[in-house]
Design a protein around this ligand. Structure first.
Ligand SMILES: [Mn+2]
Length: 328
């Protein structure tokens, strides 16, 4: 039987319990352009905190919807807020203040701040940091927190949220970040009643026809450099207009480029505003994506990172080519 590794030391775990015990009102924060991990983890925590009779509100600087509408409680992000001040703020799956967007101002008004995250780099000021890059998803850490501090509340609904979070952040238990612990937690969640197949289908397979069209359009223009070791795609406002899609639908498309045999670095550029590009970088094991992103003040994980670059497309492409070329 695989053992679930404890990533969080007892001191931090008890410190978190103290913070929670000392708080009546708690705000939970998810990052901009949210994914299954930041929302699934925050919603699981919210469910537990409510069972502890806390007054909980959820924040995300982006609209939460689309595929994330699968997650129980997702509408709470859009619910009207009753407070401006919270005893405790918990920032979930986010290592960078910029990724809190306008919600950073709300976090500033929390009496205490805890961060639960698995990103390598963190620039957030906080009272308690539970940051473990070994975890494939923040949800692994949230599982550990609930399992060790509040096991009586770990039910099927919470298990479903955590399973969805792990599936989305680990590419369905397939990325190099996945460990025996990831699978052991998955098995534990399944034993609590989670049905894996519908979660895999929803998050990893089901494709809206419009997204399918967007994908074909953008992938058909893929450019390869350095003997096929670097692949680049770009999403422009025209692509979204022509297919009836939005920036949110770019999620995961870059992986099709990374999966091409020989590609070591795959880059997706999305022009979010005129001459402003959001850049996603995916790499194979030999290349550290977070170090490429850090050239442009971004960050992330070893094999998945991102940044923002301003400039016309040709300039942005040129700068990325140079930063990636240093690794190839
Ligand atoms: Mn994550």
């Amino acid at each position: 039987m695989a053992r679930i590794e404890n990533y969080i030391g007892d001191n931090k775990l008890l410190a978190l319990r103290d913070l929670i015990d000392g708080a009546k009102s708690i705000a939970l924060f998810s990052h901009v352009n949210p994914d299954g991990d930041t929302c699934g983890s925050a919603l699981a925590l919210a469910a537990v905190l409510r069972k502890l009779d806390k007054d909980v509100e959820l924040y995300c600087p982006s609209e939460v919807g689309g595929k994330l509408a699968f997650l129980d409680g997702w509408r709470e992000y859009a619910a009207p807020k009753h407070r401006e001040y919270y005893d405790l703020g918990i920032i979930v799956d986010c290592s960078d203040r910029n990724r809190l967007g306008e919600c950073a101002a709300v976090a500033d008004f929390c009496h205490m701040i805890a961060v639960i995250d698995h990103h390598k780099t963190s620039n957030l000021q906080c009272d308690l940091a539970i940051v473990r890059p070994e975890a494939s998803a923040t949800a692994e850490l949230v599982f550990e927190i609930i399992d060790r501090l509040y096991p009586q509340f770990l039910d099927k609904d919470i298990a479903q949220l955590l399973f969805a979070a792990i599936v989305t952040d680990s590419g369905g238990f397939s990325f190099s970040s996945v460990s025996a612990t990831t699978y052991a937690i998955g098995a534990e969640l399944i034993s609590l009643g989670v049905k894996p197949a519908p979660i895999f289908d929803h998050f990893l397979k089901a494709t809206d026809k419009r997204v399918f069209d967007l994908r074909n359009r953008v992938l058909s223009r893929t450019k390869f450099f350095f003997d096929g070791k670097l692949g680049m795609i770009a999403f422009f406002p025209d692509d979204f207009a022509a297919t009836g899609t939005s920036e949110r639908d770019t999620e995961g498309v870059v992986n099709f480029v990374r999966d091409v045999v020989g590609v070591k670095i795959a880059v997706a550029m999305t022009e979010t505003e005129n001459e402003k590009f959001k850049v996603s970088i995916r790499t194979d094991d030999d290349v550290d994506a977070s170090r490429i992103a850090s050239v442009f003040d971004g960050g992330g994980h070893k094999n998945a990172a991102g940044c923002r670059i301003f400039g016309c497309f040709e300039e942005v492409e040129e700068r990325l080519l140079k930063a990636c070329g240093d690794w190839l």
